[in-house]
Design a protein around this ligand. Structure first.
Ligand SMILES: Nc1ncnc2c1ncn2[C@@H]1O[C@H](COP(=O)(O)OP(=O)(O)OP(=O)(O)O)[C@@H](O)[C@H]1O
Length: 264
């Protein structure tokens, strides 16, 4: 498989109170077309910053991100975003929210209708086209966000804790839905999460970031068969991969904690 997305020595330094804060340092990563990659790491290790750099929402301080060999210089239609916050237009219907993403597209009206209908169906929202976001559950709102991100057929889907606000039951269902949509639509996914079960369940490869600054600590392949359903969490191979990742994150989290006070 050829690399679609490459990061070469990517770093990001913010300035906080006139002091440099290195959020991401020297990240080199190569992601194949249609690959599903999860990024995990302890809180504040730079996961969102890295995703925002790939999305063109943040500029890298060092290094280069390339898509199909072309350097990323800002946001573009080759990438779709789904964030944790629902970020839907409350005054628009479900179909209107999804269609809005096609506003600048040159597709004909009939083609846009067809695209919107296709993605409404793909995320299981048929019958809710005319509902407003306020009438939807959290899971349904995120289905709209996924459809809206995919409707203009980006090559890469960037997801930042998209299911972080959902209850465990809904979250599991959304993960299965996402895998079905990914398998049917062949898109490259970069998925940031705190949840190691979620990361392993979804991905072909999990990238673990080290803390402060965020560097790649380890990349772990997930050679579990597809299509996957949630029973896979009981598989011994799943458990072994999860254990390794949890140990890495724990090690990194401990490094960022203040040392305990000596016993009196
Ligand atoms: N716009 C900004 N200005 C200054 N510092 C920032 C900015 N964005 C992020 N940072 C800092 O960069 C580091 C990485 O933040 P980032 O949000 O990327 O981490 P994260 O791994 O996504 O965190 P979490 O898991 O808690 O969401 C943190 O120290 C954060 O405070």
């Amino acid at each position: 498989m050829s690399a679609l997305l490459t990061l070469e020595n990517v770093g990001k330094t913010f300035t906080v109170d006139k002091k440099p804060v290195v959020a991401v340092e020297d990240v080199t990563l190569s992601i194949a077309e249609n690959e599903f990659v999860s990024i995990v790491g302890s809180s504040g290790c730079g996961k969102s910053t890295l995703l925002n750099i790939v999305g063109g929402l943040e500029e890298a301080s060092t290094g280069t991100v390339r898509i199909g060999g072309q350097p990323v210089t800002g946001p573009g239609r080759d990438r779709g975003f789904v964030f944790q916050g629902y970020s839907l237009f409350e005054w628009q219907t479900v179909a209107g929210n999804i269609r809005f993403a096609l506003e600048k597209s040159r597709l004909s009206r009939a083609e846009k209708d067809e695209r919107v209908a296709h993605f409404v169906n793909a995320v299981g929202l048929r019958g809710f086209e005319n509902a407003h976001p306020g009438q939807l559950s959290g899971g349904m709102r995120q289905r709209v966000a996924i459809a809206r991100a995919l409707v203009y057929r980006p090559q890469i889907l960037l997801m930042d804790e998209p299911f972080g606000a959902l209850d465990a039951q809904t979250r599991g269902m959304m993960q299965e839905l996402l895998l079905r949509v990914w398998e049917d639509h062949k898109v490259t996914v970069l998925f940031v999460t705190h949840d190691v079960d979620e990361a392993v369940f979804l991905a072909d490869r999990v990238v673990v970031l080290a803390s402060r600054p965020g560097r790649i600590k380890r990349e772990i392949r997930v050679p579990l068969a597809r299509p996957r359903d949630y029973d896979i969490v009981a598989d011994p191979d799943f458990a072994a991969i999860k254990r390794e990742i949890l140990a890495d994150i724990r090690e990194e989290t401990l490094k960022t904690m203040p040392a305990p006070l000596p016993a009196a």
